[in-house]
Design a protein around this ligand. Structure first.
Ligand code: BYC
Length: 475
């Protein structure tokens, strides 16, 4: 269905047919805008930004591009088209028709997941609140803002579900989504990674590479849901998410390219020499990757989880590409082998029900997807004639959720003494000196077509425009 932009809240859900819902959302809208003004991109409210806006939800041309002031962005409610006669694709109700309403017995479980999903969206905007001030180029600044407005829209997507399907509880949750704040001591965001500061662009690229990719996998699992409005909204969100991961992958790739250029010019990989030239040495990049990858792994929850089992059994959350990737969609008898710490410095093998291991199944698929960027970046390094390789640390390294919580391991996943772990952490995670150095590189560049010295230009501009196009016109 086409998106109606004549409405106060653009939508393709026939909002004007449900006056009560429309009024409730119109009541929430100014709260959202207040939140955006306070917590969204700092200081750029009057800039003209070359943004894409959804005009339709089909695969072709869903986007239109043009200069927009961010507070005027048309945040709205867009669901992918319904699949006629769609059937439940997994769990105990496999093969039955999907639900247009939430079954009462699953209400609180659905609410919890929708709230958790919704919470991450404004959190990421808050984390990136000040980043615009230190943009490496107008191209990057525009990409940051594109990501920010779309995360704002993803919040709308979840708030719509809460308002439309969860009554008063849902409306209260929607208010709470604007009341919790990233890193707030009293009211933090729900999931750990979303309380980590993103105060430099290297962190931003790592976040969009690793953490937005968690978004991809979680949204793909929710897109399988038996609750059809949730499935449809997540399907559309996934089309927006792809750009965010592109920003991360190409951002890190450009950092690597620039560093390789300077390594060639200087004829050395000496860290101090490279830092003297203002680029990101590869060991430093590795430490940033270790930090954001390990934090993002926690977002999948515990390896063995009764929440995950009941979400699967009840048809609430499936596996990514459930229909095409798996034969057994019910998984009552299937098992899963895990290796977990035995508490005595060794490992033990555990066999658990596959349903209980669904978080781990997702995490494994996620790790495989993360490898793709690493291969590309390493190809660049190899072609430049260097032996250094970027690597994903083991999924056991620096975990705060699940079986490996607080188990000291090295990045290869070997259990080590706590003393060794503490002592060697500066080899593995960004040190205060690394962060100070990265911060020193974060000088704002806003001349069209120019890039900061620590990052190479992208291969092409946005929507076939030239690289020196003025993607953000600063007021
Ligand atoms: N930090 O059984 P467990 C995105 C909590 S990203 C803090 O192990 P479960 C985006 C958990 O909530 C995608 N707490 O795990 C990206 C539970 O607490 P309660 C976001 C954590 O429940 C970039 C307890 O530990 N979407 O879209 O099976 C920019 C035991 O949980 C953490 C979703 O996450 C953590 N890391 O699975 C913008 C999808 N991990 O409820 C956006 C919806 C776990 O007992 N959420 N806990 O108080 C879910 O599917 C599940 O809630 C989780 C956890 C996968 C997160």
């Amino acid at each position: 269905m086409a998106i109606d932009y004549s409405e106060k809240i653009p939508n393709n859900v026939n909002l004007s047919n449900d006056r009560t819902l429309q009024r409730a959302l119109e009541h929430w809208q100014p709260h959202f805008l207040d939140w955006w003004r306070e917590m969204g991109p700092h200081d750029f409210a009057s800039a003209d930004v070359y943004l894409r806006t959804a005009t339709g939800v089909d695969a072709q041309g869903w986007a239109t591009y043009g200069a927009v002031k961010m507070p005027d962005y048309r945040w709205g409610i867009f669901l992918a088209d319904a699949i006629p006669e769609r059937k439940i694709g997994f769990g105990d109700s496999f093969g039955e028709p999907v639900w247009q309403q939430v079954p009462g017995e699953f209400r609180s479980q659905f609410r919890r997941l929708i709230v958790t999903q919704g919470d991450t969206e404004p959190a990421s905007v808050e984390q990136q609140h000040l980043l615009g001030h230190t943009c490496p180029s107008l191209y990057d600044l525009r990409n940051l803002f594109q990501v920010n407005v779309e995360e704002g829209r993803h919040l709308w997507a979840m708030v719509y579900l809460l308002h439309a399907h969860f009554g008063r509880d849902g409306r209260e949750e929607a208010e709470e989504l604007l009341a919790r704040h990233s890193g707030d001591a009293d009211k933090p965001r729900i999931l750990g990674t979303f309380n980590e500061p993103i105060s430099d662009w290297l962190s931003f690229f790592c976040f969009t590479y690793f953490t937005d990719r968690d978004g991809k996998f979680q949204l793909k699992s929710l897109a399988e849901s038996s609750f059809d409005p949730l499935a449809r909204t997540c399907r559309f969100m996934l089309t927006e998410e792809a750009h965010h991961m592109f920003v991360g992958e190409t951002g890190i790739g450009r950092v690597v390219r620039r560093t390789l250029e300077v390594m060639k010019e200087l004829g050395t990989d000496d860290v101090q020499a490279l830092r003297g030239q203002g680029v990101v040495d590869l060991p430093l990049l590795q430490r940033y990757l270790n930090f954001w990858f390990s934090s993002s792994l926690d977002l999948f929850g515990s390896e063995v989880s009764s929440n995950a089992a009941s979400s699967f059994a009840n048809g609430i959350k499936g596996r990514p590409d459930e229909t095409t990737q798996y034969q057994d969609h019910v998984c009552t008898d299937a098992t899963y082998e895990l290796e977990t710490p035995d508490g005595k410095g060794g490992l033990q093998k555990e066999t658990v029900s596959l349903r209980n291991a669904m978080n781990e199944v997702l995490r494994e698929a996620y790790v495989r997807d993360c490898e793709i960027g690493l291969k590309r970046w390493n190809m660049q390094i190899q072609k430049a004639g260097h032996d250094f390789r970027l690597r994903l640390p083991s999924t056991r390294f620096r975990r705060s959720i699940g079986a490996w919580t607080n188990v000291p391991t090295d990045p290869e996943g070997r259990i080590i003494a706590r003393e060794e772990y503490e002592r060697r952490l500066p080899e593995w995670l960004p040190t205060p000196a690394d962060r100070t150095y990265v911060t020193s590189l974060m000088q704002r560049v806003t001349t069209p077509g120019k890039m900061a010295g620590w990052i190479a230009p992208p291969d092409r501009g946005i929507n076939n425009l030239a690289l020196d196009y003025e993607y953000v016109r600063l007021a």
